[in-house]
Design a protein. Structure first.
Length: 96
């Protein structure tokens, strides 16, 4: 988790944060992070099996990150309306 704090303290742009992800070795693989900057740029960074996987620009058609790695989220989206299939996303009323 210290890497994310380092990014917040030292990087102003997604480009800088992505470069940092390429330059640093993270201990405890299995982490994934969503990065955004003031210009509207976004990236998903997954640290998986000794590899850094970075999704940004055209490689990131949906600017978000959820509970699993980004590549898995894209696979799940294929089942939903608007992304290739017919399932609808459930709408929940959180407050009365």
């Amino acid at each position: 988790m210290h890497w994310m704090q380092y990014i917040l303290d030292n990087c102003m742009t997604v480009e800088e944060a992505v470069q940092c992800a390429k330059d640093i070795e993270i201990d405890g693989w299995g982490w994934h992070f969503f990065i955004g900057d003031g210009e509207g740029n976004t990236a998903a960074v997954d640290f998986v099996d000794d590899e850094v996987l970075i999704y940004t620009g055209e490689d990131m058609p949906v600017p978000g990150l959820f509970n699993t790695f980004y590549s898995r989220e894209l696979e799940v989206l294929k089942y939903y309306k608007g992304f290739g299939s017919s399932l609808t996303v459930a709408k929940y009323k959180l407050f009365k």
